[in-house]
Write a protein that binds this ligand. Structure first.
Ligand code: PXG
Length: 449
């Protein structure tokens, strides 16, 4: 089939996620045909450095045949069996054990799902079950943050704080949202440090307002990913920790993006020294090679839900899919054996930080921030006042297109350009990334002038 036939069939039959179907029908799509290492190639042969690891998931890049082989071998031996009705499979046992080892101390149980969204729905089910079994059924409300992303099922989207999404469905009424720690956009005249404390105290105020006896949990990404790589001010998490210590409330860390090494530590919770009660994961657990998600359950919660109390009426057909679990095991083996995360922490992360910071000198960049293997650029018309080019996020869209033209996949969230390259990226490839981003910024400035 040639390219124009493919594009026609795409237009006629395929509804793409988070897409304006009408506009896409007119613009057409890019057909990605193959990938190697940290690069993807489209149907025209245009090869691009993948600054987004697929969709924050291919942390080891695209050439790990060990993972593909592990999946294939499992598919030949036992392609599927469920873990309902007193059954289990060897890969699911082994992956549960391996996850208990790499996740923060005190997290020794896992509930597997097919995705991050399903895992956050699972969290909602576990949270309710926990407080019911603790005989505190009035503890129902879950606090989340504006502009958080926690998935696209009804539960996940209700937990998420994206206003555009909330306009298109009816959110669960026991979830409420507070101030996000996004200093660049919302910090006003406060210093980042002051604003971090302020945003954390919003949690305290909300708990007081709702009554601590009614609050079940607080859910947060360690760093907001899809919201725009929002790295909270250094004061934020220490202050949130103090707030949570005052109340009997569960902490749910959503590690779907930051889990498995993106900060240079295994999990964002490790990076910030947090002790979650539940911890959502997905994406990079299989390097994106097979759908798998889940939630890690702390001993505090596991002791309650594993005690006598009847059946937990929750589960998915593909909970603990054996081939997915083999993909997870192969991925964890590479992360450990090749010391991928240590290399991000000690070498490539600091190198990215140094090179990425140089982009702050560009005339249309208001802030260049990075941490571990993520980065963001705030595009502005005026550096001093942090004023944007317009309120339609034109600059972000232009910059994304210019970036792709220059051979780099960078994503735009509004007028924030974000990157999350594979953790296997070399320092030479970091140079290539920064040079291409610089060219994209030059081209964007010219196009907007
Ligand atoms: N939590 C977080 C923190 C996520 O980033 C999910 C949950 C949901 O996972 P699933 O596997 O159900 O998609 C995510 C997913 C983007 C983008 O544009 C980000 C995600 C998904 C799709 C697009 O940055 N994150």
């Amino acid at each position: 089939m040639n390219k124009s036939q493919l594009l026609q069939q795409d237009r006629e039959h395929l509804l793409h996620p988070f897409t304006d179907f009408h506009d896409l029908g007119k613009q057409g799509t890019r057909v990605i045909t193959n990938a190697d290492g940290a690069y993807i190639t489209d149907i025209d042969g245009h090869r691009m450095l993948d600054g987004m690891s697929g969709l924050w998931c291919c942390n080891l890049g695209y050439s790990r045949t060990e993972i593909a082989d592990a999946i294939y071998e499992q598919l030949k031996t036992l392609p599927f069996y469920n873990s309902f009705f007193q059954c289990t499979t060897i890969p699911s046992i082994e992956l549960a054990d391996a996850l208990a080892e790499v996740t923060p101390a005190g997290m020794n149980n896992v509930f597997f799902t097919g995705s991050g969204s399903e895992a956050n729905d699972t969290n909602l089910r576990i949270i309710r079950r926990y407080w019911d079994l603790k005989e505190q059924p009035q503890k129902r409300i879950v606090i989340s943050r504006k502009n958080a992303y926690h998935g696209s099922t009804i539960g996940g989207a209700s937990l998420g704080g994206m206003s555009g999404m909330h306009k298109q469905f009816q959110a669960l009424d026991y979830i409420t949202h507070i101030q996000q720690p996004y200093w660049f956009a919302e910090g006003g005249d406060m210093s980042p440090e002051e604003f971090g404390v302020h945003a954390a105290r919003c949690l305290d105020e909300k708990i007081q307002e709702l009554g601590p006896d009614n609050v079940a949990a607080f859910i947060a990404e360690p760093i907001q990913g899809a919201g725009g790589v929002i790295i909270p001010p250094e004061t934020y998490w220490p202050e949130v920790k103090k707030v949570l210590a005052k109340y009997d409330i569960l902490l749910v860390m959503d590690e779907v993006i930051f889990g498995f090494g993106r900060t240079g530590e295994w999990f964002g919770a490790d990076y910030y020294g947090l002790k979650p009660d539940l911890m959502t994961f997905a994406k990079a657990v299989t390097n994106g090679y097979f759908p798998l998600g889940g939630t890690m359950v702390s001993d505090r919660v596991a002791e309650v839900i594993k005690a006598k109390g009847g059946e937990f009426t929750h589960g998915y057909t593909y909970s603990a899919h054996p081939a997915a679990c083999m993909a997870g095991l192969a991925t964890l083996n590479i992360l450990r054996n090749d010391k991928i995360i240590d290399n991000v922490r000690d070498n490539t992360g600091p190198y990215l930080a140094k090179r990425w910071a140089e982009l702050a000198d560009h005339p249309i960049v208001g802030e260049a921030r990075s941490l571990g293997m993520v980065g963001a650029l705030e595009l502005v018309k005026d550096k001093g006042s942090r004023a944007r080019f317009d309120d339609k996020c034109t600059a972000g869209g232009v910059c994304r297109d210019m970036s792709i033209k220059n051979g780099l996949v960078m994503r735009a969230t509004g007028d924030t350009m974000i990157i999350a390259p594979p953790l296997i990226i070399t320092t030479e490839q970091v140079d290539e990334l920064v040079e291409k981003a610089h060219r994209a910024l030059d081209d964007t400035a010219k196009a907007l002038a």
